[in-house]
Design a protein around this ligand. Structure first.
Ligand code: ZN
Length: 149
């Protein structure tokens, strides 16, 4: 295991153990539940939009370390951002997670989420990592439930 892989592992384990933004937003404007039947991950994402700004975003749920870390990292990244920016980041990150090609995305652009890029080597875990992003997009689209299938 090289140093970078170890760092990535640490980030994932840390977010799994101490998930950020793990609560329910009482006055959420958007929310959705996401399910990944392949692994059994279930998370709910709620957010409060004010104009074009994501004032607050949180998640709750049960799942494997990858799915929880991914949701925690996602909320950390897009909280306080504009909707346009958050949508752009969502598509960049989904591409990073699902593309077989080495991505050109740098840690400066997406921060600690780069730690999830390792899942590309484990196809069965990719859906664990993308679940939070699919659920975020479902919430924005007004879909109450979404699944990775
Ligand atoms: Zn999972």
């Amino acid at each position: 295991m090289n140093e970078l892989t170890e760092l990535y592992q640490e980030i994932i384990l840390d977010h799994n153990k101490r998930p950020r933004n793990y609560y329910l937003i009482e006055d959420a404007t958007h929310s959705a539940e996401g399910h990944n039947p392949l692994c059994g991950d279930e998370i709910s994402v709620s957010l409060r939009l004010n104009g074009d700004q994501i004032e607050d975003i949180s998640f709750q749920g049960e799942g494997c370390a990858i799915s929880k870390a991914s949701a925690s990292l996602m909320t950390t990244l897009i909280k306080g951002k504009s909707l346009k920016m958050a949508k752009a980041e969502s598509s960049i990150i989904k591409q990073m997670l699902t593309s077989s090609e080495e991505s050109e995305i740098s840690i400066e652009e997406i921060g600690d989420i780069i730690a999830l890029s390792g899942v590309r080597r484990f196809p069965v875990r990719i859906k664990c990592a993308t679940l939070a992003w699919h659920t975020f997009e479902a919430a924005l689209n007004g879909d109450e439930k979404t699944t990775t299938e």
